[in-house]
Design a protein around this ligand. Structure first.
Ligand code: SAJ
Length: 450
């Protein structure tokens, strides 16, 4: 009679035999692509509490831009949590928002933990993917799983953390070819979780434990947030020193080592970069450390939408007008170019500020189509021509590739009364010559004499 296989060895055996069954909790922009990748190799139960999402998936349709269709005999979408009992591994991919006061909101993780805990059975491995502060898996997820199931971690089930690295709209880096960091509660569970992900993902990067893996993710995104804040500060300095920050960056990035370009912008939006730093800042304070760097970079980035409104005010003033009563159009309202997502977009604060100063504001964004702001739906105008005929000033907030040509054409017909505020650093040859041009990070307080 051979030695009894441990729980993690049993998981490893099922990986080997490709009989492992994967459960994914939360079928959003992380869980759905992950499910479809696993479903190329294994049976996958996709669970979501949103019945309408599950219904769409049952019909083989998708609600995620990057996933064309979801018809796959290995993929079983369901709103019935009991289906999770059949799975050998359960991967939790739910959002981690912030409360109003920027404290982490672990509500979605806690409710997912309750759902999973109720179905948990001996031998399963639970993995958390949601971006969160170091310590969440062991101190928040683990106790709920044990309480709801009556089981004991390690003795009855395994636990690991593996951060998501889904980049919406990125055709180059997919689930399969983006290295996956994995940290288990113990080395044997790190190894088991790594073997599970290894079925669908080319490169897996095991680390010491859950909290190491949790910190890797928030550090990656704080790295971006801090560097974006640094270059935003460079832009403001350049305006005062009559230097072109965009030229400075292009020259600096010729350095073949030790430099990575970031670009100034109207602010930092999206559902990752503006939020993740506050998860670590919150946790650092619990360890009596004041994360000045993280908090200062958040403040610099939060100031940028205000700075953009200041540029618009300066441009209108130079044209003998003021914001009060001015007609201002925002071109591109999504949180970054070439996406339709307006969540946490800097355009929200820009529009609020403009309205509070008495400007009449309209938007033009053929990709986003509309934007919800304080309970009102703002719909895009019909064309760039219409915008430039209507507006006293336009602010380029997100320069979508698909919008650029139309905008350039419309600008060629603009007259000198129009103020054009560029927050994305157009190429010098594209700068409109017929209207007054103000640019983030370009000399003379943003106005560039040509
Ligand atoms: N931004 C700048 N200047 C920059 C880069 C970005 O102002 O140089 C602004 C953008 O306009 C946007 C915000 O920052 O408002 C966030 O931009 P982002 O490029 O970081 O895009 P996200 O939010 O989609 O970030 C995601 C993240 N992916 C995951 O968390 C899995 C991030 O880790 C990726 O590095 C990023 O995509 C990416 O590289 O596209």
């Amino acid at each position: 009679m051979g030695k009894k296989r441990s729980l993690s060895e049993t998981i490893n055996d099922k990986v080997e035999e490709r009989t492992l069954m994967v459960g994914v909790v939360g079928l959003g922009y992380v869980g759905l692509p992950l499910s479809m990748s696993f479903a190329q190799h294994l049976k996958v139960v996709g669970f979501d509490t949103a019945a309408e999402k599950v219904e769409m998936l049952r019909q083989g349709r998708s609600y995620i831009d990057d996933i064309a269709e979801t018809k796959n005999d290995n993929f079983l979408p369901t709103a019935d949590p009991s289906a999770l009992r059949e799975c050998d591994v359960i991967i939790i991919c739910v959002p981690t928002p912030l409360h109003e006061d920027k404290r982490p909101d672990l509500g979605p993780i806690k409710s997912a933990a309750q759902i999973v805990g109720k179905e948990l059975r001996k031998g399963q491995l639970v993995v958390l993917e949601s971006t969160t502060y170091p310590g969440t898996t062991e101190e928040v997820l683990l106790p709920i799983l044990e309480r709801m199931s009556g089981l004991k971690v390690l003795a009855d089930f395994g636990l690991a953390y593996s951060p998501e690295r889904i980049d919406p709209g990125n055709r180059k880096f997919t689930v399969e070819n983006t290295p996956k960091v994995v940290g288990g509660l113990t080395p044997e569970w790190t190894d088991a979780a790594a073997k599970v992900y290894g079925v669908a993902i080319k490169e897996v990067v095991p680390v010491k434990d859950c909290k190491t893996a949790e910190l890797v993710k928030v550090y990656e995104n704080i790295f971006r947030n801090v560097n974006i804040a640094l270059v935003n500060e460079m832009a403001i300095i350049c305006e005062r020193m009559d230097i072109d920050v965009w030229e400075v960056i292009d020259a600096a990035k010729t350095k073949p080592y030790g430099f990575m370009p970031f670009y100034p912008g109207p602010g930092v939006g999206g559902h990752c970069i503006p939020l993740d730093p506050f998860y670590l800042a919150y946790r650092a304070r619990q360890f009596d450390y004041i994360p000045r760097f993280i908090e200062t970079s958040g403040e610099v980035n939060d100031y940028m939408p205000i700075h953009v409104v200041n540029l618009a005010r300066a441009g209108l003033k130079a044209a003998g007008k003021c914001l009060n009563g001015a007609k201002v159009a925002v071109l591109g309202v999504s949180y970054k170019p070439n996406v339709s997502d307006t969540r946490e977009s800097p355009a929200l604060l820009i529009i609020r500020e403009l309205m509070s100063e008495g400007a009449e504001v309209r938007i033009y964004d053929p990709l986003a189509g509309s934007m919800r702001i304080d309970g009102t739906e703002l719909f895009t105008m019909g064309s760039a021509d219409e915008v430039l005929r209507w507006a006293d000033a336009v602010i380029l907030q997100a320069d979508h590739d698909d919008m650029r040509e139309e905008m350039q054409r419309a600008l060629r017909g603009a007259d000198e009364r129009l103020v054009f505020v560029d927050t994305r650093g157009m190429k010098l040859q594209d700068i409109p010559s017929s209207c007054s041009y103000v640019c983030l990070g370009r000399g003379h307080n943003g106005t560039t004499e040509r």
